[in-house]
Write a protein that binds this ligand. Sequence first.
Ligand code: ZN
Length: 511
Amino acid sequence: MRIKIISSYKKLLEMAKDPIILESVFNLVHWDMETMMPPRGIELRSQQLALIKQVEHKIRTNPEIGKLLDKLLKHPDYDDLNQIQKRNVFLIKKEYDEQVMLPEELVKETARQEAITVDVWKKAKAAKDYSIYEPELGKLFELKKKAAEILMDVKKTSTPYDALIDIFEPKMPAKTITKIFNGLKDGLITLIEKCRNSSKQPDVSVLKRKVPIQFQSQVSNAIAKFVDYDTESEKAGGRIDETEHPFTTGYFDDVRITTHYHKDNFTSALFSTLHEAGHAIYGQNINHKFMYQPVGEGCSYGFHESQSRFVENILGRSRDFWVYFFPVLKQLTGNVFSDVDLDTFIKAINNVKPSKIRIEADEVTYSLHVIIRFNIEQDLFAGKVSVAELPEVWNQSYKEYLGVDIEHDSEGVMQDTHWASGYFGYFPSYAVGNIYSGQIVNEMEKELPGWRTKISKGNFKEIKQWMIKNVQVHGKLYDPSELIKKIAGKEINFEPFLNYLNQKYSELYDF
Ligand code: ZN
């Protein structure tokens, strides 16, 4: 009997392997579209991406998988499977049950429309003209809504939007997120007020200094090295390229990041590289035995963000990091910062100022950008806001939450690629990630009380090992709610993140 269930399990796992590899092909072709593809390639590329998705869907919905799942779950020896095996079965079943409900034509059409919408988004953004983008976004939204309505039944969520969130943050309905975000929002607004009213405002002129791209690229490489993201050695599993919108893509031994160099805004590339390297090292340090298995990916998008935002902010904007890295930065950038002292630099990179662009936002105001998008998405899928009304709602929200005036849609509703890429329901993960990172670091503090001193001496190894052991190695073995409990002993809680911010900024702003 025992042999029988294992052989069925192995057969099932073998069937789950092909779509995983195919997805990595999709990601690579997509990476090429963003980094290397000549402009005229878009029509062919949209067909290529659509075909890969169509084939992947076909493989994922092979009736054989359904039969095997049935056999396994009814097998009298099912309980002999270990935790990892059971989790793989669960994840394969979840994926299968959802995919069989989605018509192949819808999947293919959505992938094609996504490639087109991203392309149009880029053009509309450059032209600062939402009207070019709106029809394509409208088509994509309708396709996503159709899928969300189908998935809502399978996932048993109470709204279509919840079904979309579930793709990125499993089992976290909008209702729960709203409650958490409301508490977080109040704390952030109070903190922003305190920073604004402080008499100790940072001198940010240093951030405008022109840093030649070639120097910035060397800084990016040095940062990658610091966090042990290998892009240079013979055994490297990473690389850094340049795109308009930085991102990470890849699988285990080939995880690539992109960044964006601006001559007169060097911190943009610096923090993007830190952020994406945080994602990359997570992807590379999931238990290697999980490769080609459903458990072999990040726990959730929120957990992914907890890792990238830890590296970008909790590490990358800390005094300790810059005690070590500022001399390195100075050395790699010629004379650009030779007259700048460490304190001025640290205060400048931690300037709290409500702004228009999410990816350029400081860590205090950042989550408000996310909460705005979460509210808008909720209204969009509830039919309270139309695609045509998005710019207006966006601008109103920015005025209300952050007190800023949006002058054109490229710095407003068109700033992010997510909706153009079909990623509705993704945004909440960013703030959820911030919240997880607060809880995770709280625990790390208990076990590695000297971690900050280690950073100031240029030693990231033990911290990285702690993260791998406690967060990254588990891959998708647990639901996010289970993993955070395993790490922090509690469910999701925004207090540690808020405490971290309050402590840090009360020192910087002297209140
Ligand atoms: Zn990220």
